[in-house]
Write a protein that binds this ligand. Structure first.
Ligand SMILES: [Zn+2]
Length: 241
């Protein structure tokens, strides 16, 4: 059974909402965003294995296929951060597609170091992929085709190197595990910080956003859409500090 729900958010922006039971995350695909033969960008591939019988990556691939998108045509995988539920499948996506990988430097350092033990605590091995791009704050330079402009914002708090992606034209914020509908990411492990989270939320709240695509659903729903709802969401999570 397919455990991702596809939501077309804006032109070429697909939100793959994880509605399965096992540990995994929501994914985002920027379709036909890159010049060249592998045109899709996949943000947060999730996991290959879930509970027995649940294979989240295969589910994602099946859901993408219903939108006419092949995981083999992914040219770039971006990790908002490298927690297993977001990033464990990256090696398999690279195996299927030959995609390049982008991750912030701080996240990659974690992956090579303490991340191994962290993955081990979930009974899985840390990815061995070497990112070809280390993300920094600012406009992404990864070979976008005309019409695509994506900014990376380093937004620590959930992890020290978490990245949010902002599509200025479509006013989409891919927020990873920083902000959720009515909630924020946990700050009590792998370098989380309450003060850094407060500052990241403040910075993100200043962006002009129509859609927040977060790494997980919450009691507040699957995604936040509409400028007024986005403003209200930042007001709600701002009261947590
Ligand atoms: Zn996380």
């Amino acid at each position: 059974m397919n455990s991702h729900k596809s939501i077309s958010v804006a032109d070429g922006v697909y939100f793959y909402l994880w509605v399965g039971q096992s540990m995994n995350c929501n994914s985002v695909v920027l379709a036909h965003a890159l010049a060249g033969e592998k045109p899709h960008v996949l943000i947060d591939p999730g996991m290959t294995d879930g509970f027995p019988g649940s294979e989240p990556l295969d589910s994602l691939a099946a859901s993408m296929a219903t939108d006419g998108l092949k995981i083999e045509d992914v040219g770039m995988v971006i990790g908002t951060h490298c927690h297993p539920d977001h990033f464990q499948a990256v090696d398999e996506v690279v195996r299927r597609s030959g995609a390049r990988v982008a991750l912030s430097e701080v996240e990659y350092d974690f992956l090579k170091g303490d991340g191994r033990g962290f993955y081990g605590s979930f009974g899985t091995a840390a990815p061995t992929v070497v990112p070809s791009i280390l993300l920094h704050e600012g406009t992404l330079d990864i070979g976008f085709s005309n019409g695509w402009k994506v900014d990376a914002l380093i937004a620590p708090g959930h992890t020290p190197g978490s990245v949010c992606l902002y599509l200025k034209d479509s006013k989409v914020l891919v927020s990873g595990d920083v902000v959720f509908p009515g909630s924020i990411g946990r700050m009590d492990f792998t370098g989380g910080s309450v003060s850094a989270m407060r500052e990241s939320i403040r910075r993100l709240s200043e962006l002009d956003v129509e859609h927040i695509l977060s790494g997980h659903s919450s009691a507040g729903g699957p995604l936040v859409s509409g400028k007024n709802n986005v403003v209200r969401n930042f007001q709600i999570v701002g009261t947590f500090f």
